[in-house]
Design a protein around this ligand. Sequence first.
Ligand code: ARG
Ligand code: ZN
Length: 850
Amino acid sequence: ITIRREDYRPPDWQVPEIALDFDLGAERTRVRSTLEVRRNGVHDRPLVLDAEALIIVGVTVDGSPVDYSYEGDLLTVPLAAASATVETVVDLAPRTNTQLMGLYESGGILCSQCEAQGFRRITPFPDRPDVLTRYRVRMTADRADYPILLSNGDPVGSGESEDGRHWAEWNDPFPKPCYLFALVAGDLVANRDSFVTRSGRKVDLGIWVREPDLAKTDHAMTALKASMKWDEDVYGREYDLAVFNIVAVSDFNFGAMENKGLNVFNSRYILADADTATDTDFDGIAGVVAHEYFHNWSGNRITCRDWFQLSLKEGFTVFRDQQFSADMGSAAVKRIEDVRMLRAAQFPEDAGPLAHPVRPESYIEISNFYTATVYSKGAELIRMMHTMLGAERFRAGTDLYFDRHDGEAATCEDFVRAMEEGGGIDLSGFRLWYSQAGTPRVRAALARSGEERFILQLSQDVPPSPGQPEKQPMPIPLKIALFGEKSGTKLDERLVLFDGPAHEIVFDAFGERPILSINRDFSAPVVVETDRTIADLAFLSARDDNPFARYEATQQLMLDTLLSAIAGSEADHAPVIEAVRETLADPALDPAFVAEAVLPPSEAFVGDHMAIVDPEAVRAAREELRSAIGRALEAQWRAAYSANSANRFEYSPAGKGQRRLRTVALNYLMAAGAADAPALAMRQYGEADNMTDRQGALAALVSSDAPERHGALAAFYDRYRGDPLVLDKWFTVQALSTRDDVLDAVEALASHPDFTLSNPNRMRSLVGAFAANQRAFHDPSGRGYAFLADMILAVDRLNPQTAARLVPPLGRWRRFDPARAARMKSALERIVASPGLSKDVFEQVSKSLI
Ligand code: ARG
Ligand code: ZN
């Protein structure tokens, strides 16, 4: 059944209080739940509670048994009075819960995941975010197996029970939606610290892990304290409980979860040390720890009225974590990374069969809407408001929002209105960004008009998307600058709000030809097409003072070069080589920025710019360009390699930049075919005192013909076979290799004893990575598609959310030639025809076939 935004109705019953009593066990957990319910409005409807896969032991109202019904995941309880005490007793089986929603077991730990609709798998309840409840939780469990018992809020009591069992009670004073409920029981140890808030309250912090992982939690703790301070400084938001706990578990459907006072994390976003985590992992940990912490205000204190408003908390919180990471390191590099992510995940989504607005209109399964559009494009919407308002007025807007809606379940509209009133801006047209899907395309042409003047002509077009054939023009904030071709100076700089189908901006005489720098800082999430020449792009690549625009010019130069090579023209690599040479030689540039700027765009990104993607041609053109850059600048790559070979690992912006540039240089030496490059890689592998260098060397070897690659893979496996997070990397480097035999390797790895369908990280490390390897996945035989379809069907029986997330690569069939498209469609058809499909996979596959 399809749920529609327009059908929203307030809940029939509110539940101001709940007392939960858990008798915990992995085989069987009994949950006694006491709800204080209150009729909301005037009606005579019964109390209807969501209840999924529960064994109902009993139901009473005000102490007496009632005649309830349990059908189709709904428990209906007749109620006569306007308020009542409803008690339910149910049983569940955490050990056999492979969906990882509700209460489940991971590595001997019992833990919960409720967002979006997992609470109904724990106890009957009106499982919707606009029902706000005060929770009191009691847990009883075997002390030996589960010495630590955690829930939301503050601990209020604990003690012994009979038969080696013990109990603990927790109380959360803040009313919350049930998706923020959490419970953890297990044999855990904590990295403990504390934070004093700006008003002087002391908060006890704990990061809970299994004992052998304790040494890998310091980075997460540092990030947590930095986040708490940053939210006070930048948004004026203070933490509100005496305790803040984080638990890391190995089996988790996504990154992490912001449960009130008890965040639960995928262990990959907590555990790190130099030997096992890359710089990207360290960055990801800080970003996700911050993200979940920031949800305490943007999500928990103010939650969502319904799931169509998901971006209210996710878009805003992603924007907040992006700002935090920018402030902690290089803002320019962070912006480049975020845009790269947006283009890799969100632009294709927005252009395909699963496109939806940031505030969707309908869904079958809400889990399918935790998307790049809701998260990353949602964050871009907040960023555009920030750009238009400026930091100070934006803060006035968020102050009003937090103040006005604290303790409420709000909507995206509430946020926009607070921005308008607090920030002093009219956003009536801007609301289109929430309702209209599709990535706007902007054409920009700068032309001479008469002797003296120049005119910038802008036009836009928003492509049709499912259910939205006609589009209105969007209000697009474009940061623009003009540079003098001769003088090299900046002639003009402004923020243009382009909100019609077409617009002209007239510039008076500059005395020289201006060169256009547009969408600087990526001020709007749009595709910009310009008539800039190769020479213009080369100019900007060397001179633009906006780091993002400078990076972008180099990327555009490389993209144009690749596209014309693919189209069959004689490939002229010279301008790209010169641009890379200049970038490498510029002493003013941060190595981290250089490392980003000298890499050609990904194969997928190049494919996105073709009418019909030709994976072989893209691979060939890109490898040829890499090899040309490698050969022409071999001496420079050697110099960069040795200049950036820092001797001791330090996780710092400078250290990260050096490591990144060093491995980029190594890859160019490999691409150049330098005879000593494999030996260099082996030496880097052997001498590395950190995972970034080691994995970088391994990946370079695994994509080459160098015979050393076998030994390196075997050594890596032997060294890390006991560490699942590192073993994931071993699977991923092989799945992402540019060698021709990847498909064979991946099929073999799917039968490796360390491969398992039941762990989402492992699934993604092999299958998800493979589907992202454009050339290998789109093997003309169609074997890649069949492999993915088999995997989706196999994992769907265990874990529908993980299965559904693997569908989008197959849904891109319209972008490929008829032979490939037919094979992709038949893989989808085979999936949709399979009996017992989850609604998660059904929704994604059926929408992909339309
Ligand atoms: N709220 C969590 C976060 O963004 C993610 C929850 C994802 N839930 C889901 N059903 N996919 O931090
Ligand atoms: Zn989030």
